[in-house]
Design a protein around this ligand. Structure first.
Ligand code: SF4
Length: 293
């Protein structure tokens, strides 16, 4: 959402934008996927070129092929690295595909050949969560790039970004992230679809036997002192407590689905990779009730 506001503001103030890259983890929120074509049409109408880039897994060993961060986590029976306080999920699925694409982009190649740096515009705003992301990013230096944070230069908060998008006559998209991102707030979980909620319950249940230092995607419970929003350590507990899925369905997923998934993976292991059913197909069957919950 912040990057959308940044692009609108820059475009309408006449600032040049040579390319907009969207790194798709394959596990963005459904509302984000619905917004992307709408905003790409807006960018087309304003002569702003855009591309969608994606990390492409290749070496599946004996696993069913997977094509998203979510199906990668289900395959390995783990959680995104953000849940363990690290950021390699974002580096692998977002930063690396963007940098790889840029490394082959003729204007960037020319710029570097002439000794210049490509300017990357980052859509962090001045609100609390982005302050922390900015502090983390500050000091990260890649000699090929200069980094600019236009929303911070403008002093914009998230509210200003929402306003700017609405004034452009566009629907306001959700804050983009994987639909199971550990950085999500409870109200973002409230807005997810049933399929997304079921997949979260499955992901936490599948990973649980290997978790030692965290309880689930939200790591540890937050009690809610000093203005923090209270929440449990697992999104599954939140989904159950809030009635986002019927408790009987949550129980069925937790008890049956990880076993069904492991059996599916074992059945694929000896097949040549091109004959294995993909994780995405199994997940579709899971969500339609055909894969055992
Ligand atoms: S949105 Fe969250 S889960 Fe997805 S890549 Fe970024 S940090 Fe990882």
């Amino acid at each position: 959402m912040d990057s959308t506001a940044m692009i609108i503001e820059l475009a309408q103030s006449g600032a040049p934008i040579d390319m907009v890259l969207f790194a798709d983890t394959g596990s963005e929120k459904a509302d984000t996927y619905a917004f992307i074509p709408v905003f790409r049409r807006w960018m087309d109408a304003h002569d702003i070129p855009s591309e969608i880039v994606q990390y492409e897994p290749r070496n599946f060993k004996h696993w069913p092929p997977y094509d998203s961060l979510g199906t990668n986590m289900l395959t390995n029976g783990t959680l995104p690295s953000k849940a363990f306080g690290r950021g390699s999920c974002s580096l692998k699925w977002k930063v690396a595909p963007q940098d790889g694409w840029t490394a082959r982009w003729p204007p960037a190649v020319r710029c570097w050949a002439e000794g210049g740096r490509v300017v990357k515009l980052i859509g962090y705003d001045c609100s609390g969560a982005d302050q922390r992301r900015y502090a983390h990013a500050e000091g990260y230096a890649d000699p090929r790039y200069d980094y600019r944070y236009p929303l911070r230069e403008l002093g914009w908060s998230r509210g200003d970004c929402i306003d700017r998008i609405a004034r452009a006559g566009l629907p306001v998209p959700p804050k983009s992230s994987c639909f199971f991102c550990p950085a999500m707030r409870p109200n973002e979980v409230d807005a997810l679809s049933k399929d997304e909620l079921r997949t979260i319950v499955l992901m936490e249940a599948r990973a649980k036997p290997r978790l030692r230092t965290v309880e689930g995607l939200w790591r540890k419970p937050v009690i809610g002192r000093r203005g923090a929003i209270p929440r449990p350590g697992t999104m599954t507990a939140y989904i159950r407590d809030r009635g986002l899925l019927p408790p009987s369905e949550v129980d069925r997923i937790v008890s049956d689905a990880p076993l069904a998934l492991v059996a599916f993976q074992a059945a694929q292991a000896d097949k040549p990779v091109e004959q294995r059913m993909s994780m995405a197909r199994w997940l579709d069957m899971f969500n339609s009730g055909q894969a055992g919950r």
